[in-house]
Design a protein around this ligand. Structure first.
Ligand code: PMP
Length: 439
């Protein structure tokens, strides 16, 4: 146990970080790690990206912080414009914040205030999926369907109506379409059971992250949810804190299906680990309704400061200059192929899912159908340790009773080359071998 005053994780001793470069990190003992999960699916451009650090240094030499109600900042204006262009003008308004949880809370409050100013004050309930992850603050955690995190705070949370997430691995119906139809019917019934006109928004991750191991929703399901939102007069909020900004091979995951939300939450990849910068984007008519009634009653001190915006702008610029989306599409396909091949070689891999550089691997007991490891086996932490010993960082999650087995994410920096992927896969192969030998 470390003697540090910091208390992030119980009972773990972590290496001290020394420095990072590209997709690699080093600890102070000189050990090198390949970052196969972009930290927390954040460091999309790897470490020490020259144009991002240069833009940040240049901004620091001008002004790091100015308050958004006292000064307009050109970098903030430019960031807003660039982001709207990335949505092909389908989401025309941007509100900057500092983290994913703040973005989700902001989306909830914008939805609520929108209905409030329209006189629909009873519209205050949210619907969300189980399992899901939307953040750690009380509102965002209220949406979250992830029991271990909810439990100690259950009676403090803003409760949401939880409906089951599609499960394209363990569904029991004859086919996926029947599975989706049943879930949509179940969801419709849950929404209809709420007092009439009381639902403000449906919140979902189009491609899940840690809670589901990169479970990707499909067109049929998303179309069904969009139709239910329209039927019940509520908004559709997509939480792309993790899947947004190029991670899946499109700027935003919703672009794979063309099903645009009313409000979009973004974070992680926006600042790419260089500075906290996050946002919500929303449709103009929605925001303008709120603005014309006095403005959004919400905000955080650090939101939209010049250093944050210079970082966000430089990240998007670098992604455009380096054709990062093409790399994610092409190398993402290769990454998927490699993981599928490992699934054949290692019976502990039950499922590989996701898209682009957002891939999830679910672990199961070998030759036992889709049976997860018992929770007490701590497969998620064992595989992480095996990977770390081989100098590889992956992003693990423990099993969720009856909903998902232990899994880990493989979410490399979006700059990762084919040669670097091969190196990553070699380490993962070794880690899976070591893990399998523990059984
Ligand atoms: N939503 C999703 C989908 C996330 O993956 C996360 C972070 N893992 C959050 C919200 C919360 O973001 P943050 O940790 O920056 O508050």
């Amino acid at each position: 146990m470390s003697n540090s005053a910091l208390f992030y994780q119980a009972g773990v001793t972590l290496p001290l970080v020394s420095h990072g470069k590209g997709i690699y990190l080093w600890d102070t003992q000189g050990k090198r790690y390949i970052d196969a999960c972009s930290g927390a699916i954040t460091c999309s451009l790897g470490h020490q990206h020259p144009s991002v650090t240069a833009a940040m240094k240049a901004q620091l030499d001008k002004v790091a912080f100015s308050y958004r109600t006292q000064f307009e900042s050109q970098v903030a204006v430019d960031l807003g414009d660039v982001m709207v262009a990335l949505t092909e003008d389908r989401l025309q308004r941007v509100f900057l914040v500092g983290s994913g949880s703040e973005a989700v809370e902001s989306a909830m409050k914008l939805a609520r205030q929108y209905f409030y100013v329209r006189g629909e004050t009873q519209r205050k309930h949210f619907v969300s999926l189980r399992p899901s992850y939307h953040g750690s603050t009380l509102g965002a955690l209220g949406l979250t369907g992830y029991q271990p995190l909810e439990q100690p705070f259950e009676d403090l949370l803003i409760p949401s109506i939880k409906v089951p997430s599609p499960d394209f691995y363990r569904y029991t119906e004859v086919d996926i379409s029947t599975h989706v139809t049943r879930l949509l019917q179940q969801t419709e019934a849950a929404m209809a059971a709420a007092p009439e006109g009381s639902i403000a928004a449906f919140v979902l991750e189009p491609v899940g992250g840690a809670s589901t191991g990169a479970r990707m929703l499909n067109r049929e399901y998303l179309q069904g949810i969009r139709a239910l939102c329209d039927r019940f007069g509520c908004l559709l909020i997509m939480d792309e804190v993790l899947s947004g900004i190029g991670r899946t091979g499109e700027w935003f995951a919703w672009q794979h299906w063309g099903i645009c939300p009313d409000i979009l939450a973004l974070a992680k990849g926006m600042g790419a680990g260089y500075y906290p910068v996050a946002a919500i984007m929303a449709k103009a008519d929605l925001v303008d309704t709120v603005q014309s009634a006095g403005g959004f009653m919400h905000g955080h001190t650090y939101a939209g400061n010049p250093l944050a915006c210079a970082t966000g702008l430089a990240v998007i610029q670098a992604m455009q200059d380096e054709n990062i989306l093409d790399n994610v599409r092409e190398q993402g396909r290769y990454l998927r192929e490699c993981l599928e091949q490992m699934k054949v070689r290692y019976p502990v891999i039950g499922d590989v899912r996701g898209i682009g550089f957002l891939q999830g691997v679910e672990l199961v007991q070998p030759d036992a159908g889709k049976t997860p490891f018992p929770a007490s086996f701590n497969a998620f932490s064992r595989i992480t340790e095996c990977a770390k010993k081989r100098g590889l960082l992956i992003y693990p999650r423990r099993c969720l009773n009856g909903m998902a087995g232990d899994h880990f994410l493989v979410t490399p920096p979006l700059i990762t080359t084919r040669v670097e992927l091969d190196e990553m896969m070699e380490c993962l192969d070794q880690a899976l071998k070591d893990f399998s030998q523990q059984l």
